[in-house]
Design a protein. Structure first.
Length: 352
């Protein structure tokens, strides 16, 4: 027994967005509706992203009322939005239970990239990450992950061309929901985004990288490396201590063999911590001869953090040295620096 929003006890209503096609079919059959209604409802939910049954104008008023009586329709509420001078928009979105997450829309000519969250908070505790410092509230459902992308699409009123799961949370600690969201984003009945344009970023949960390598779709994988020195990585990323760099190296080799796809290593340069000559040497050794691409990231300032970003010159040094051993590396320019685009920062500001 649960308490519903009216304060009475009773069976909590199921959310339509959490229902499988089979369950929706059963519901429609129960309501005496023909099978084609399933497709109509799905279109309203997954393609048109409506927030109420009343917007489903090709259904009769009676059916809309019946649906509203039986099920809820999820929906996110925009708590805050910040617009950057570079055009990116960052949102704080709240789900019906009050839990809020961040997502970002980054437009470039003819393209719209979305960065979405997979969990509210994160349990991995990375030392440089605002989300890590706050701990985990809960994992998101696949519908909640998907809804963030649709919210951004609707706000920009344009097609989303790529999605990265680099907001809050560790996608591979919420594997099934993450994969469900990826499939819905990929599906022609959903957002219709090509699998290669859908990227999962993980701090390196090895058993799940293995699972991911065996999925049939060509999704893209990014691994947050941040140091190829075990001791440094352990102190920066305590949540993945138990998966050693050696195991990660082997797993990534297996990933490349299995998928033939090029993975990315994320490396945020932190002054005096992972940007020394010794660290650079280890990074070169870790990447040399692999298919991996290295993304050198400018560390976002987290208020109260002891970590400081390296100089732009140091980032150039890293790219050049990596190139000299045949490893492709690029500097990812930080977007929305003026709008707290670092993961976790908007939520921190609004959290009570
Ligand atoms: N949990 C996943 C995905 C979310 S974090 C992961 O860790 O990969 C997305 C990216 O932001 C990761 O590469 C993470 O290491 C990076 N990140 C976290 N805090 C950062 C900061 N303060 N500055 C720059 N990048 C940061
Ligand atoms: Fe979690 Fe990723 Fe932040 Fe680490 S960097 S605490 S894994 S969100």
């Amino acid at each position: 027994m649960q308490t519903d929003s009216t304060g009475t006890t009773g069976e909590a209503k199921r959310d339509l967005r959490t229902m499988t096609r089979g369950e929706l079919r059963d519901l429609m059959a129960e309501l005496g509706q023909p099978a084609f209604r399933v497709k109509q409802v799905e279109e309203w939910v997954w393609d048109k992203n409506v927030s109420s049954f009343d917007q489903m104008t090709n259904l009769s008023k009676a059916l809309r009322a019946q649906l509203a009586e039986r099920v809820t329709l999820g929906g996110v509420e925009e708590v805050a939005k910040q617009v950057s001078t570079d055009g990116s928009r960052k949102y704080l979105l709240r789900f019906p239970d009050g839990v809020a997450v961040e997502c970002v829309g980054m437009p470039t000519k003819n393209r719209l990239a979305v960065c979405a969250s997979t969990q509210a908070g994160c349990a991995m505790g990375c030392a440089f990450c605002a989300t890590g410092a706050a701990g985990i509230t809960r994992s998101l459902s696949s519908a909640e992950i998907y809804e963030q992308v649709m919210h951004v699409r609707d706000d920009f009123a344009t097609r989303v061309t790529s999605v990265v799961f680099m907001g809050q949370g560790e996608p591979f600690m919420n594997y099934d929901a993450t994969l469900g969201a990826l499939r819905r984003l990929n599906s022609p009945d959903g957002a219709g985004i090509g699998a290669r344009h859908l990227t999962v970023s993980t701090c390196g949960v090895i058993p799940m990288i293995k699972r991911f390598a065996n999925e049939p779709e060509q999704f893209t994988l990014a691994v947050s490396l941040h140091s190829a020195v075990q001791k440094t990585r352990d102190s920066l990323m305590p949540g993945v201590k138990k998966y050693s760099l050696l195991n990660l190296y082997d797993m990534m080799g297996e990933y490349v063999n299995k998928t033939g796809r090029r993975p990315t290593y994320e490396y945020a340069l932190i002054q005096g911590v992972n940007d020394t000559d010794n660290e650079l040497q280890y990074l070169c050794d870790f990447c040399r001869g692999t298919l991996a691409h290295v993304n050198i990231i400018q560390l976002n300032d987290v208020p109260g953090s002891k970590f400081k970003p390296s100089t732009p010159q140091r980032a150039q040094d890293f790219v050049q040295r990596l190139a000299s051993v045949g490893v492709e590396a690029t500097i990812r320019n930080s977007r929305g620096a003026d709008i707290d685009a670092a993961c976790g920062q908007l939520r921190q500001r609004y959290a009570k």
